[in-house]
Design a protein around this ligand. Structure first.
Ligand SMILES: NC(=O)c1ccc[n+]([C@@H]2O[C@H](COP(=O)([O-])OP(=O)(O)OC[C@H]3O[C@@H](n4cnc5c(N)ncnc54)[C@H](O)[C@@H]3O)[C@@H](O)[C@H]2O)c1
Ligand SMILES: N[C@@H](CCO)C(=O)O
Ligand code: NA
Length: 439
């Protein structure tokens, strides 16, 4: 086929059905209506919404949907002869989203999804199904929202071996951390504000416990390293235990707290971790505020790539979904994970305890004689060397805050020291630790 098809031969419209009309689905309707003509010119054909389906037809969504056919039963979207593409914006790894995805690909229709939980858990099976029916499976909106990072890695960086990918992958957590840092907001208040903006998952524990970022990281890792998706191998720690004192002490140490997902592949195997980290204040990731996301990918020829943009919200997520639809309209698609599923490797999981770095440790302790000696002894017994140490008298929960930074050492030594301290009668609550990013 000519790479420059004659503009005088318009193709029939691409007919799209939308399943799930919430924050993201509403954004897709608005975008397709607002940019209809431009999109048609770019795609080389019109893109038409022909049917919608969601749980509640009569909910007020603030948009006029009366022009579109409504199906109460989602399966009808797949069965309809006038639907070419099904866009899944329901959410959830299993349940109706997965049923719809399987039905769609099984019927040889294109699937676009924003659902990182489903792709992280079932992406390989869905990709196999898409291969068997030679159908597009696209999920740009699932990772880092509006940032076209899937496209950039699948296509723009596809010549490179990538050994490390990391970044800020959850808009809700970044929004909460930024509000805590800039306005002194409390955790619960900041989470409520993120939910009101439409950033959070239906169950926000997925956001704050790092699970949503883990879903996204596992997808990026597969794409970057050519490995089979392995969500079970990702460790996830969220931001629930971060208190105002951590933000303050991080700042005093010249750092900011960010939830970082990082995946690396080397001779030791594949490591995939989501955890709050101290990021040096002059690192580009420290400048990423609010619901923005950022992804860093290091390619062996291109060097360091840095992508930043809105990671959540109706408009940015719709932008990613509609870009996928336009690719389908242009017949531009390939294997979902950049190579056929059978060509992906199975990498061994690297030993997380062996990861070497400096750590920030924060404890709240009773203000009494011998407590500092107890901390120093625990560190010595676990073979952790202390680089700097701060005690603040303005305590929380009836204690004083101790913040310290360790010299470089393996994560397993920090865990051992914290286990000793957690058992102490003089330590209040759970000790907190965060690696210090040094890249
Ligand atoms: N909100 C964001 O910023 C964002 C960004 C990227 C990806 N996503 C993903 O997009 C998807 C949708 O997110 P959202 O924020 O729009 O959620 P939402 O809760 O606002 O909307 C979900 C929609 O799905 C429908 N739905 C839910 N369960 C259903 C069921 N059992 N049967 C039929 N319909 C059902 C609801 O009626 C609603 O219309 C999720 O996979 C989410 O992870 C969201
Ligand atoms: N809840 C997700 C939506 C985007 O995937 C976030 O806050 O990043
Ligand atoms: Na994206």
């Amino acid at each position: 086929m000519s790479p420059h098809p004659a503009p005088t031969a318009p193709r029939p419209p691409l007919r799209v059905a939308l399943a799930g009309i919430g924050v993201v689905g509403g954004g897709v309707v608005r975008l397709l209506e607002a940019n209809r003509d431009l999109i048609a010119r770019r795609a080389g054909r019109a893109i038409e919404i022909v049917a919608l389906s969601a749980r509640d037809r009569h909910k007020d969504r603030g948009i006029d949907l009366s022009a579109y056919r409504w199906e109460d039963d989602m399966a009808a979207l797949v069965a309809a002869d006038d639907v070419d593409v099904v866009v899944e914006m329901i959410g959830g790894a299993d349940g109706p989203a997965l049923t719809l995805a399987r039905q769609t690909l099984g019927a040889g229709k294109a699937l676009v999804t924003a659902n990182k939980a489903m792709i992280a858990h079932h992406g390989l099976d869905l990709a196999r199904l898409a291969e068997s029916t030679d159908t597009p499976l696209k999920y740009e909106a699932a990772v880092a929202g509006g940032i076209p990072v899937i496209k950039a890695i699948r296509e723009g960086a596809s010549a490179n071996e990538i050994a490390r990918v990391y970044g800020i992958l959850n808009g809700t957590c970044n929004y909460i951390l930024t509000l805590m840092e800039r306005e002194g907001a409390g955790f619960a208040e900041a989470l409520a504000a993120a939910q009101a903006e439409g950033y959070a998952e239906a169950d926000p524990t997925f956001d704050v416990d790092g699970i949503d970022a883990a879903h996204k990281l596992s997808i990026l890792a597969s794409l970057c390293f050519g490995t089979k998706l392995d969500i079970g191998a990702v460790t996830a720690n969220g931001i629930r235990n971060i208190i105002a004192a951590d933000i303050r002490e991080a700042e005093a140490l010249g750092h900011r707290v960010r939830l970082i997902g990082m995946a690396e592949r080397d001779e030791a195997g594949l490591s995939q971790h989501v955890q709050p980290c101290l990021v040096p204040a002059d690192h580009p990731l420290a400048y990423v505020p609010g619901a923005l996301n950022a992804v860093v990918a290091e390619g062996n020829f291109v060097g360091r790539l840095f992508f930043e943009g809105a990671g959540a919200g109706a408009g940015p997520t719709a932008s990613a979904i509609v870009a996928d639809i336009i690719d389908i309209a242009r017949d531009e698609y390939g294997p979902a994970f950049a190579m056929p599923v059978d060509a992906l490797d199975q990498a061994p999981v690297a030993d997380a305890g062996a990861r070497v770095g400096k750590h920030y440790v924060r404890l709240i302790v009773e203000d009494r004689i011998g407590v500092l000696a107890e901390i120093a002894t625990a560190m010595r017994d676990a073979d952790v060397s202390i680089e700097s140490f701060i005690q603040r008298g303005n305590g929380t929960e009836g204690g004083v805050v101790i913040a310290l930074v360790t010299h470089e050492g393996p994560a397993r030594a920090i865990h051992a020291a914290l286990a000793i301290l957690a058992a102490s009668d003089h330590v209040i609550g759970t000790p907190m630790h965060m690696p210090i990013l040094a890249l």
